[in-house]
Design a protein around this ligand. Structure first.
Ligand SMILES: Cc1cc2nc3c(=O)[nH]c(=O)nc-3n(C[C@H](O)[C@H](O)[C@H](O)COP(=O)(O)OP(=O)(O)OC[C@H]3O[C@@H](n4cnc5c(N)ncnc54)[C@H](O)[C@@H]3O)c2cc1C
Length: 301
C-alpha cells in the first residue's frame, strides 16, 4: 500500500514509515512520509503532492488516530522544526502546529500562566488539539484561542478568528477541510496562583488520569464523543456489560469503558469491528447512538 511513486521521485525526502510507530494505539502499516520544518517547505510539499494527485494528511502525535493495518497509499506529513516551537509574550502564547501540547501546557504553568492545566495529560500537538478542540475538566483549547494561522491547500495562508474556526464540543471546521494548522495564539491569564500551585494542580491531574485511564496499554483516549443527553459513553458501555469484551487484539478497557486497548496484536479492523459492536449494543439497550471521536486516517466528515 506504500506510495512507491512518491518515494521513487525523491527517496531522500519521502521515507517509508510504519504507522504503528506513530500512533498511540500502536496500529498501522507502512506509508510514505515527509518531515517539513518551515512554512515554505510545507507549501512546496503540499503543492507538489496536490499536483501529483497524491493524498496526504498531517499527523500530530497520532493520539486520536486509527491507521489501517494494511498501510496507506498517501503521504503522512509531520510538522517539525519551526512548527515545534513556542514562545510567550506576557500572557500570550504562540505555539507551532507541531508543538507537544503537554510540554506547552507545562511551560505555561511554570511561567505562572493559568488556563492550560487541563491539557497537561493530553498527549497530542497544538495542531491536533485545535483540530479536535481538545479538552478536559470543563475546559477546551478553544476557550483560550485568539487566532489560528492556517494554510489552505489552495496555497493561501491566513489568520482565522475563533469564530471562523467553528469550534464546538470536540469539533472545529478543520475537520471538514484539508487546511493545516500552522500555529495558534492563545491568551492565558495570570492569577493569584503561583507557579508552585499550578504545578501542584498539574501533578494532581496527572495522578487522577493515571488512576482513571488505562495508561498501561496502547490506546487513543476516549473512543466516543459525549452524547448531547444521557449518561457518558463509558457508563453506557459498562452498563451493557462490555468491559473486557474483546475482538481479536482489541479490548474494551476494564479501567475505563470508553477506551479501547490494544492488547498486543490488534488490527485496525479489530478496533473498527469492536466500535461497530459497541454502537449497536448501546443503541439497542438505550436508544442512544454513540458517535466516534477518534479519527480514521484519510477520512473527512
Ligand atoms: C491517553 C490519552 C488521553 C487522552 N485524553 C484526552 C482528553 O482528555 N481530552 C481530549 O480532548 N483528547 C484526549 N485524547 C485524544 C488526543 O490526545 C487529542 O484529540 C489530541 O488533540 C490529538 O492530537 P494529535 O496531535 O495526537 O492528533 P493526531 O491524532 O495526530 O491527529 C488527529 C487529527 O488532527 C489532524 N491534525 C493533526 N495536526 C494537525 C495540523 N497541524 N493541522 C491540521 N490537522 C491536524 C490529523 O490530520 C487528524 O485528523 C487522549 C488520547 C490519549 C492517548
Amino acid at each position: 500500500m506504500i506510495n512507491q511513486h512518491v518515494i521513487s521521485i525523491d527517496p531522500e525526502k519521502f521515507k517509508v514509515i510504519n504507522l504503528s510507530d506513530y500512533t498511540t494505539w500502536g496500529i498501522g502499516g507502512p506509508s510514505a512520509s515527509v518531515v517539513v520544518r518551515t512554512e515554505n517547505e510545507l507549501v512546496d510539499t503540499v503543492g507538489f503532492l496536490n499536483e501529483e494527485s497524491i493524498p496526504w494528511i498531517v499527523l500530530g502525535r497520532g493520539s486520536n488516530m486509527l491507521a489501517p493495518t494494511e498501510g496507506w497509499s498517501g503521504v503522512v506529513i509531520f510538522l517539525k522544526g519551526h512548527f515545534s516551537e513556542y514562545f510567550f509574550k506576557e500572557e500570550r502564547l504562540t505555539a507551532g502546529g507541531g508543538a507537544h501540547l503537554p510540554s506547552v501546557a507545562g511551560a505555561a504553568c511554570t511561567k505562572g500562566l493559568a488556563g492550560l492545566v487541563f491539557a497537561v495529560g493530553i498527549p497530542g500537538t497544538i495542531g491536533g488539539a485545535v483540530y479536535m478542540n481538545a479538552g478536559a475538566y470543563g475546559s477546551s483549547i478553544s476557550d483560550f484561542v485568539e487566532k489560528v494561522r492556517v494554510f489552505h491547500s489552495n496555497g493561501l495562508i491566513e489568520y482565522l478568528t475563533p469564530e471562523e474556526c467553528g469550534f464546538k464540543y470536540r469539533f472545529s471546521s478543520f475537520q471538514k477541510s484539508d487546511s493545516i494548522v500552522l500555529s495558534a495564539e492563545l491568551k492565558l491569564f495570570k492569577n493569584q496562583k503561583s507557579s508552585k500551585k499550578l504545578r501542584r494542580e498539574v501533578r494532581e491531574i496527572l495522578q487522577l488520569r493515571r488512576l482513571k485511564f488505562p495508561l498501561h496499554a496502547p490506546n487513543a483516549g476516549s473512543v466516543f464523543r459525549r452524547p448531547d443527553f444521557g449518561p457518558p459513553p463509558g457508563k453506557l458501555i459498562e452498563d451493557n456489560g462490555l468491559k473486557g469484551y474483546t475482538i481479536g487484539g482489541a479490548m474494551v478497557s476494564r479501567v475505563h469503558a470508553n477506551f479501547i486497548e490494544n492488547t498486543g496484536r490488534a488490527t485496525s479492523s479489530d478496533v473498527m469491528n469492536l466500535i461497530e459492536l459497541i454502537i449497536n449494543e448501546v443503541e439497542k439497550a438505550s436508544g442512544i447512538t454513540l458517535v466516534r471521536e477518534i479519527r480514521k486516517l484519510g477520512e473527512q466528515i
